[in-house]
Design a protein. Structure first.
Ligand SMILES: *[C@@H]1O[C@H](CO)[C@@H](O)[C@H](O)[C@H]1NC(C)=O
Length: 182
């Protein structure tokens, strides 16, 4: 945690410093589609953001805050929950004791991330956008902590889990950038 949090703040600063630039898109698509495109545009990976928002039936009619809510409450939270489940399963059938401990720490990390994201949802509802982003950043730091712990200890997990963790990072990045502009 001691290492993960400053790293996370650094990347937050980096992503905030990247310039805001959007032109076009608007004429090509419907109004709702345009809002999703616009909100997701500054994400590092807009396609992951767009796919998440569209996966929710309310996505097409959501406003700015609604879009942020879908990313945090639906996509990120579900992702954290399924990653927690994956870590539980992986920790129960490990090759070694060391690996089991690392995977259990990851399980705890995603469990804590789920709690952070529930609080972030509440803060978004209360229009406290600084606290919302603080909690999304904290939840992201937990994933970074898990990933670095696995890398440092050469613990490997199935590609599908690695992929889900990347999606989790991309969605966190999208939420942070969207909420930051409120
Ligand atoms: C990870 O969890 C999800 C949701 O429970 C599940 O669909 C997926 O198969 C799991 N992946 C692995 C590799 O266990």
């Amino acid at each position: 945690m001691g290492i993960a949090l400053p790293l996370c703040h650094l990347s937050l600063l980096l992503l905030l410093s990247i310039s805001f630039n959007y032109v076009g898109h608007r004429n090509l698509v419907s109004a709702d589609e345009a809002l999703i495109q616009l909100q997701c545009h500054n994400a590092e990976v807009p396609s992951t953001c767009i796919q998440c928002v569209k996966s929710d039936p309310k996505g097409e009619s959501a406003g700015k805050v609604g879009i942020a809510n879908i990313i945090i409450t639906t996509c990120l939270s579900n992702n954290a929950k399924s990653l927690k489940h994956n870590m539980t399963v992986l920790a129960s059938t490990p090759p070694g004791k060391g690996e089991k401990a690392i995977l259990q720490r990851c399980e705890k990390a995603f469990s804590d991330a789920t709690d952070d994201l529930a609080k972030a949802t509440a803060m978004l509802g209360a229009k406290d956008y600084d606290k919302t982003n603080g909690l999304v950043a904290a939840a992201l730091a937990r994933e970074v902590f898990c990933k670095e712990n696995m890398l440092d200890n050469k613990v490997t997990v199935p590609d599908s889990v690695v992929y889900q963790m990347r999606v989790y990072e991309e969605l966190s990045n999208a939420a942070l950038r969207i909420v930051d502009r409120f």
